[in-house]
Write a protein that binds this ligand. Sequence first.
Ligand code: SF4
Length: 371
Amino acid sequence: MTLAKRIRRILVEEPAQDYPMTERVLARLPGVPVTVIPQREVLRPLEHQRSSWLPESKTTLLLAVQKGPFRRPCPGTKDYICCGYQVLQVALNCTMDCTYCVLQSYVNIPAVTVFVNVADLFQELEQECNAAPDRVWRVGTGEFGDSLALDELVGINEELIPFFAGNPRAVLEIKTKWRRLEHLLHLGPNSQVIFAWSLNPEEIVREEEKFAAPLKARLQAAAQAAAAGFRLAFHFDPIVYFPGWEEAYRHTVGLLGERIPPASIAWISLGALRFLPAQRRLILERFPSSRIAAQEMVRAPDGKLRYFKGLRQELYCRLREWLAEAAPGALVYLCMESPRLWDAVFGFHPGEEELARRLDARALNLPAPTD
Ligand code: SF4
């Protein structure tokens, strides 16, 4: 199944009508009802009724024009070490429906929005790369949605991948929980592009990651990307605590080791489950049988609910130990964690600039900085 089949309705902003991507999407979804709207702001639903309109937002596609900048720094949080990632906002929201997805609290339009003015994106990137030619641009499209979920429909990666091939200090991370990438394989080899999969044990995939690809299908897609000459990354994020977690995550890491050549892995991140307190109610309303909101959590300095420090430390230490065996040489780091947790897991904590430098060096395939 392609996720495009989930689309039941298309909305097109008036200014978005004449773009090639709009024409392409409409041609690829014949028979799906289309409505033209003056601008997306007319769709703003009621904030306090999120659980009633979120399901529909997953099957409605909005083609819109990005009016602000496409690139933004990843919204890091005070007191937590951020990796200096840059986000390209090419879409907002996702046709998959993970119980823990933070976008549920941020989306304010009842649709999966795709921005069609890709030429403006390339112009913006060109200008920024030219203005700071020594800077490393480590960017990704998977922060506000899934980078591959609708790619066969919108076709943006077929344009992005060649752009990054031509910019030696720019690296694109295509982050996904999806499986279909055959249409992109002919664009490899390209070491400037890193395909990244978010991984979880099969029971979490089944129960908490609705419509996402099964674990083995993700690993199979990753192996295909590596064979085509792309580099890979993996994100154990969110790591979910549940009875039997140890065996389940150990098995998941084992599958990764069996199926993926370690030399193709640029980095692996670890991040335990976290979300804003208001999201707990939303999860309980939308997914009453989910185990996500059941575990005891504490409010952390960034305002998010997190597992207790001791539990996070245990999760990270065990995964780090198994990954050292399964993916030797991969750069393993913690995503948005406190210096204290870094110290407990790795025996040191990098400054934000240092972590960014290490990842930049990996991105460009350079030796790791020593300072
Ligand atoms: S795949 Fe990612 S963006 Fe999509 S619903 Fe799941 S967590 Fe959210």
